[in-house]
Write a protein that binds this ligand. Structure first.
Ligand SMILES: [Zn+2]
Ligand SMILES: [Zn+2]
Ligand SMILES: [Zn+2]
Length: 315
């Protein structure tokens, strides 16, 4: 499918007109989780992105061969979008009900309510249910996500709930681990569709409940990224930009008696090196507390290494 026209395009739904965010069916045929695209060509920061890795790669290739205005089928299909979806206002009462039914502990309520406030501050819908995913036995909830991350270049993730198998899935976490996004989606369906859970409750395993108690983090779970093209890009960047010069300038040399090494290593970069439109990287995220510094006389251990998350958005 290459030609997108008014009679032949992928179904789409607008979920956030203010930020130009849409959900688009991945392909015309077959079961698939719908994906997010953003077309925001107003305001200070323009953003035209499809969250599918494949589309980002194609765009870079097209761009290199001089096709500056090449858009993927998902972005093109949005021109024919006629559906506007809204976010229900989820209540604290539903969360309290969920605590009673042992979905999670009382202490989580604040965390989820805070996430809701954050979405409000950003004028982004907290959760929206898509109707274009296939099969219909799966429910697809688009959930707001405040941080840029490896698993999505946009501010949203698509959480799915398989009503037949009673299984939840979020791209940020492995199947049996929980995450804030899944819980926001649960909150949504629990409030909007309580009859779905009359029988099953939250039948995820006891292990998962414990795993949740151990605390989930939205960012750290996928570091380092498993995406080969991103790893390659990161390594190339380090290779090209982080080499030691063969002659080290005098002012950078420390005498061996001067053994004060930094406790925290934070990269200097604050902007994305891929983007021409000044995209900021995230705040530093701690990658390890056992960083080592290799010196000419030995190895210094026990520092912490922080990293700005690379944000891939080839605009
Ligand atoms: Zn696309
Ligand atoms: Zn998640
Ligand atoms: Zn970028």
């Amino acid at each position: 499918m290459t030609d997108i026209t008014s009679s032949s395009h992928l179904d789409s739904e607008c979920i956030d007109p203010q930020n130009g965010v849409y959900i688009v069916r991945k392909s015309i045929h077959g079961a698939s989780t719908p994906l997010h695209v953003q077309i925001k060509i107003w305001g200070e920061q323009h953003r035209v992105s499809c969250e599918l890795n494949e589309c980002q790669t194609n765009k870079v290739l097209a761009w290199r061969s001089g096709l500056l205005s090449c858009q993927c089928v998902h972005l093109q299909s949005v021109s024919y979008c006629k559906t506007f979806l809204t976010s229900p206002s989820l209540t604290e009462e539903s969360l309290k009900e969920m605590v009673k039914s042992k979905w999670f502990g009382q202490d989580k309520i604040k965390q989820y309510v805070d996430r809701q406030k954050l979405a409000q501050e950003e004028n982004a819908p907290l959760s929206v249910e898509s109707k274009i995913g296939i099969p219909p036995s799966k429910r697809f909830i688009s959930v707001y996500k405040p941080n840029i991350s490896y698993y999505s270049i946009l501010d949203r993730v698509m959480v799915s709930y398989d009503t037949k198998k009673n299984l939840w899935h979020c791209p940020c976490a492995k199947t049996l681990r929980s995450c804030t996004h899944k819980y926001i989606a649960k909150w949504h369906l629990f409030q909007v569709n309580p009859e779905l859970f009359r029988k099953v409750q939250s039948t995820e395993s006891a292990e998962e409940f414990q795993a949740t108690a151990m605390e989930e983090s939205d960012e750290s779970e996928t570091y380092p990224t498993k995406d080969v093209s991103k790893v390659k890009s990161m390594v190339e960047y380090i290779l090209m930009n982080k080499k030691l010069p063969s002659t080290i300038p005098n002012h950078l040399r420390l005498s061996s008696v001067y053994k004060e090494f930094p406790q925290h290593l934070i990269p200097d970069e604050t902007m994305c090196y891929h983007c021409s439109d000044c995209t900021f990287l995230s705040d530093p995220v701690c990658i390890t507390r056992e960083a080592k510094i290799l010196t000419t006389t030995g190895i210094v251990q026990g520092g912490s290494l922080l990293q700005h998350l690379f944000y891939f958005n080839y605009e």
